[in-house]
Write a protein that binds this ligand. Sequence first.
Ligand code: 5RP
Length: 223
Amino acid sequence: MTQDELKQAVAKAAIDAIRPQLDSESVIGVGTGSTANCFIDLLAELKTEFDGAVASSDATAERLKGHGIPVYDLNAVTGLEYYIDGADEANGQLELIKGGGAALTREKIVAAVARTFICIADDSKRVDLLGGFPLPVEVIPMARSHVGREIVKLGGDPVYREGVTTDNGNIIIDVHNLQIDNPIELERQLNNIVGVVTNGLFAQRPADILLLGTANGVETIKR
Ligand code: 5RP
């Protein structure tokens, strides 16, 4: 199977997982990226079976609206049963690196609100140790140099992602060469640097379910 076919397969598995729970009042949190896009396109076929969605990025909001799915501000909803999103890396504890698409902050906010975070990914994203994928950090622009110096003290190599402005008007620093033995602690340390909005480690709030697309079918991994 190609990587695209694996993404389609996990998107379909996520639809199958949530569909029985949907009703006319359900609002679904929806992530960002190519795997999330597969999910959105399938979700469109069910649009009469739920109320609407909360989007983790402007791009996702546009795609949802393009399908005629109502998009709500997160502040307008009382809760979210599900958040469905992809990842750049996932370990065995369902801790993730996210933010390859620069949407990490809104993704983390929507994931924090959702009762169940279902991560969908092809098996190229499965790792034993997080950190092979450079860790994205969203930073207030004026703090770029300060945050870079602090990241070096933590043992990482910061690289400014040129030409990218997040939906929140900030910049992204990608941190290379991190040995992430303790994702929860590193997530906390990075978030404590003044000027950091958040970082792409999803360890304090990991996924609850990982639907992993493999050549032998979709594996369901629960915490
Ligand atoms: C965007 C993300 C994405 O979930 C992540 O980059 C994976 O994307 P894709 O499904 O295209 O591989 O975190 O900020």
